[in-house]
Design a protein around this ligand. Structure first.
Ligand code: REY
Length: 386
């Protein structure tokens, strides 16, 4: 790409860069321009609240905005940059949902059939359907609630562990269901672990191969991989720093782990560029036929104010300017991610903070959505003093 337009600002510890192949080609939506100064302010507040670093990348047509703040590696004092790879946590659920919905389009799985039709070992309630799993309405208990009750000991106990899908499912089914199948939304990693098991059993092919053949290769996602159970990240990446429950203790470097506790619910590694390309492709209809995209984007409100919704492996957020964006959030030890796009996929945004177990940072990082999609129309979302 020949860069026709480049602007760079250094604001405190933040580097803001806007690139455009051609100013004339830059437009894509009727949304207000992203407010990169507000993104940078969100990052700096997240750093004050304990994140070592943060990055946000916004893509729209031939224009991209890059905001990077703080450090990718605190021991080496390496500055953060927007090209770094990281663990995307539950954004992996959207990848798994795409695989599943492609299988539905191919007539190999029916969304409203009992999940047990496709599983080698039955779930305890035969009324749970595939759609219940994809929409977190199965009632299956989230086994990670037990696993990570104590944050650092829980993490260290599974950091190098390799689980089978069935072992994780058994941890869940030792508990009763949270609700009758279909009766309520109850977010649970178990649903997307069952879907991984179901995909592998039905097709005889590992989930990793499906991600590669159905998503990574066609979209040329060069920074995206699923290396379970390998513990390391390759290339240029951000290290992850987990905050202990005793917040007087230092952050724990949690970069290396199998993420076997999450697998098809959370073990994908990617970058801002690739996640933006993925969600743009998804919402512009390049990954799923219209019928399956309609299934995926049939959003049901999941918060009291109706501003948060869930489809099939897809979150919706209605922002202060009235725009609804679609994507997913992710939390794995050391990494908080937001990856969202507009309904037509025209503008996509990914943000990362390289810490976790710090709800204040996670809530603050969500402010990058307002700044990216509502621009200066965002209502009262700037951190104080900005
Ligand atoms: C698991 C615990 C979070 C994270 C989780 N992540 O379910 C899935 C997701 C894949 O939705 C851990 N929290 C943290 C604790 C709390 O240990 N005691 O914040 O790193 O992305």
């Amino acid at each position: 790409m020949r860069i026709k337009d480049l602007s760079m600002t250094l604001a405190g510890s933040t580097l803001i860069v806007t690139l455009a192949a051609s100013p004339a080609l830059a437009g894509g939506t009727s949304l207000p321009d992203p407010d990169t100064a507000a993104v940078s302010a969100v990052h700096r507040t997240a750093l004050d609240q304990g994140a070592p670093g943060a990055l946000t990348r916004i893509d729209e047509g031939h224009r991209s905005h890059h905001v990077a703040t703080g450090e990718a590696d605190t021991a080496a004092r390496t500055p953060m940059d927007t090209g770094r790879r990281f663990r995307v946590g539950s954004v992996s659920k959207t990848f798994t949902a795409v695989v599943l919905l492609q299988l539905a389009a191919e007539g190999r799985i029916e969304l409203d059939a009992p999940a047990n039709r496709y599983l080698p070992e039955p779930l305890p309630d035969g009324r749970i359907t595939v759609r219940h799993l994809l929409s977190h309405r199965s009632g299956l208990y989230d086994y990670t609630d037990d696993m990570f009750q104590q944050t650092v000991p829980g993490f260290e106990a599974v950091r190098n562990k390799v689980f089978s899908y069935q072992e994780l499912i058994d941890l869940s089914t030792a508990h009763p269901l949270n609700n009758a199948p279909g009766a309520a939304y109850s977010y649970s990693n178990t649903n997307f672990v069952v879907l991984g098991r179901l995909i592998e059993h039905t097709t005889g092919t590992p989930v990793a191969t499906h991600y590669q053949q159905r998503i990574v290769a066609p979209l040329r996602l060069r920074d995206t991989s699923y290396v379970h159970p390998r513990t390391s990240l390759s290339g240029s990446y951000a290290r992850g720093y987990l905050r202990p429950d005793d917040t007087t203790l230092p952050l724990v470097d949690s970069t290396e782990q199998t993420v076997s506790w999450a697998q098809s619910a959370g073990a994908v590694i990617s970058s801002g560029k690739d996640l933006n390309r993925f969600f743009t492709a998804l919402m512009s209809g390049r990954l799923l036929p219209a019928a399956q995209l309609a299934d995926m984007t049939a959003m049901v409100p999941v918060s009291a104010d109706g501003k948060q919704s869930y489809g099939l492996g897809l979150r919706g957020r209605t922002l202060s300017c009235g725009t609804t964006v679609y994507g997913h959030t992710g939390t794995v030890q050391g990494y908080y991610t937001y990856a969202f796009t507009t309904r037509d996929g025209a503008r996509s945004m990914t943000s990362l903070a390289n810490t976790s177990n710090n709800g204040t940072v996670n809530a603050m990082l969500g402010g990058t959505l307002e700044a990216s999609f509502c621009g200066s129309d965002a209502a009262g979302t700037r951190p104080a003093g900005v």
